[in-house]
Design a protein around this ligand. Structure first.
Ligand code: BES
Ligand code: MN
Ligand code: ZN
Length: 513
């Protein structure tokens, strides 16, 4: 991500010489919207014409006459954004999501008008903390300003717009708090954009080794511990899942392990992300149309590794271990065949009915090995695991399956805070029965019915009694989530959920089963 300069200034700010000045207006019943004095006349005019009433998705773009003393002398453009009713009835997460979306709209206006320097007058809403307001807004702008132009010659030309260079937030009071909010936003947005950068790399640009290299870079920069298990170590450990999926590939697999340990007696959280750098389906090959999107099948791994970048910077009082089983899924001459039986690291045997159900095979080894090695208090895995989750939840919720009500609730809350909602699906023995095999301990598909849940049932065989939650992001990891702060392409979903989960961590107390 490029470096956008963010700063907080105590009011009155002199917006002289900025490309865009942003104000907010809140909607009111049968009255003109409430807004900053500087833009009252403008907003009231627009309200009288029924063009603007301060609704959460409304905006006014205005070009002030040069030299007029209207309080924003020198500003080239004025943008007024609606915030909706924003009263005591509005739940906090809903209001902050509105701010994040309007932040995304600011970035869109900047792109349209090629605006590089911004002054944003923070709205002061009674009962709403200014740090949270600043955080949501800054996060929306930074996430919305993201672009991936590495491989496009035209966008590298000097004449072209290269994004927002500076944002000055103007604040009536509590500037220190606002600064804290902006710092949090910068950290979270940078991490999410890092995950997007990884995911935007095509299959030949982001390989298992790339995960290893980035983890080593984070370890070097921040003093984390990094281990990468290669093929030989996997063979010694008997990781038949990762090795099996990698069998048809010319590129070696890698199990990346990155650990942040504050060194005191704190809880341990294990995060496992599916790092499938390209999914052809293997011998159970996928149809050609749209297969290029399977370069995004590593979004879970990207989310976990990028979240570690934020963890390393924020230094929480929680040990966090990230694991990324990484390989592609190719139909080479030595590839797994339907019907083959593999043995996982914990000796569980599995009949591979469909080589396209590969995500669970690599996650299974990572989960079992990670739990054995780190004895975490709880574990969360994240994966673009099933097309079925798109049928069940569409593109607006991440699917969750968990064996722990407490962990599920923490993730629901974290997802809501991040604007990345998750919806829990059930799991019981009836689903587990669907993956019983006649020839091995389990098989890797459970039929069409409840595909997201039977995939989770497979994973549940590798976590034992450890509190565990599985996030299926196949519907939310790219393109589908149409929000102003999520440009086309990978969304970086999961990264900010993890950051919120970790920031709000409370000692794990539920009895371990
Ligand atoms: N990576 C895919 C899941 C996927 C599909 C993610 C569409 C995003 C969009 C996964 O490896 C897969 O192929 N799953 C199969 C499982 C089936 C064979 C049991 C699926 O969902 O079709
Ligand atoms: Mn697959
Ligand atoms: Zn896959």
């Amino acid at each position: 991500m490029k470096d956008t300069r963010l700063s907080i200034t105590e009011k009155p700010v002199d917006p002289l010489d900025s490309d865009l000045v942003v104000y907010f207006a809140t909607q009111r019943t049968e009255m003109p919207p409430s807004c900053d004095m500087a833009v009252t006349a403008l907003v009231e005019n627009a309200y009288a014409l029924k063009d603007f009433s301060g609704k959460a998705d409304e905006e006014l773009l205005y070009y002030p006459l040069a030299g007029t003393k209207t309080g924003f002398t020198g500003a080239r453009r004025i943008l007024v954004l609606g915030l909706g009713m924003a009263d005591t009835q509005t739940p906090d997460p809903v209001f902050f999501e509105t701010l994040r979306k309007q932040g995304g709209n600011i970035a869109k206006t900047c792109e349209k008008t090629k605006a590089g320097s911004l002054v944003v007058f923070l709205p002061h809403i009674p009962g709403i903390r200014v740090d949270k307001t600043a955080e949501a807004l800054a996060e929306g702008i930074l996430l919305g300003d993201y672009r991936f132009s590495k491989y496009k010659q035209t966008t590298r030309k000097e004449t072209d717009y290269s994004g927002i260079e500076s944002i000055r937030f103007s604040c009536d009071k509590e500037t220190a708090q606002a600064q804290k909010g902006v710092d949090n936003a910068e950290n979270a947005a940078a991490a999410a954009c890092t995950a997007r950068d990884m995911a935007n790399e095509p299959g030949n640009g982001w390989t298992p080794e790339s995960f290893a290299d980035y983890a080593a870079f984070l370890a070097d920069t921040h003093g984390l511990t990094c281990t990468c298990l290669g093929k030989k170590e996997m063979e010694e450990l008997g990781m038949g899942g990762i090795l099996g999926v990698n069998q048809g590939s010319a590129t070696p697999p890698c199990l990346v392990i990155l650990e942040y340990d504050p060194g005191n007696k704190c809880d341990t959280l294990l995060l496992v992300g599916k790092g499938l750098t390209f999914d052809t389906g293997g011998i159970s090959i996928k149809p050609a149309a749209g297969m290029e999107e399977m370069k995004y099948d590593m979004c879970g791994g990207a989310a976990v590794l990028a979240a570690m970048a934020a963890v390393a910077r924020e230094k929480p009082d929680l040990r966090v271990v990230a694991m990324i089983p990484a390989t592609d899924n190719m139909p080479g001459g030595s590839a797994l065949k339907p019907g083959d039986i593999i043995t996982h690291v914990n000796q569980v045997t599995s009949e591979v009915v469909n080589t396209d159900a590969e995500g669970r095979l690599i996650l299974a080894d990572a989960l079992a090995h990670g739990i054995k090695t780190f004895t975490p208090d709880c574990v969360v895995d994240i994966a673009t695991l099933t097309g079925a989750v798109i049928i069940g939840l569409g593109h607006h919720y991440t699917g969750m399956v968990s064996n722990s009500d407490d962990l599920a609730q923490r993730l629901e809350a974290a997802g809501q805070d991040a604007g990345e909602p998750v919806w829990r699906l059930p799991l019981n023995e009836d689903y587990t029965k669907q993956i019983e095999s006649k020839v091995a301990d389990i098989k890797n598909t459970g039929g069409k019915a409840g595909g997201t849940i039977t995939a989770a049932a497979y994973l549940s065989k590798f976590v034992g009694d450890t509190p565990w939650a599985h996030l299926d992001i196949a519907g939310t990891a790219w393109d589908f989530t149409k929000k102003p702060y999520i440009p086309k392409g990978p969304s970086g979903t999961g990264v900010r959920t993890f950051i919120h989960l970790i920031r709000s961590w409370k000692k794990w107390s539920p009895a371990k089963g």
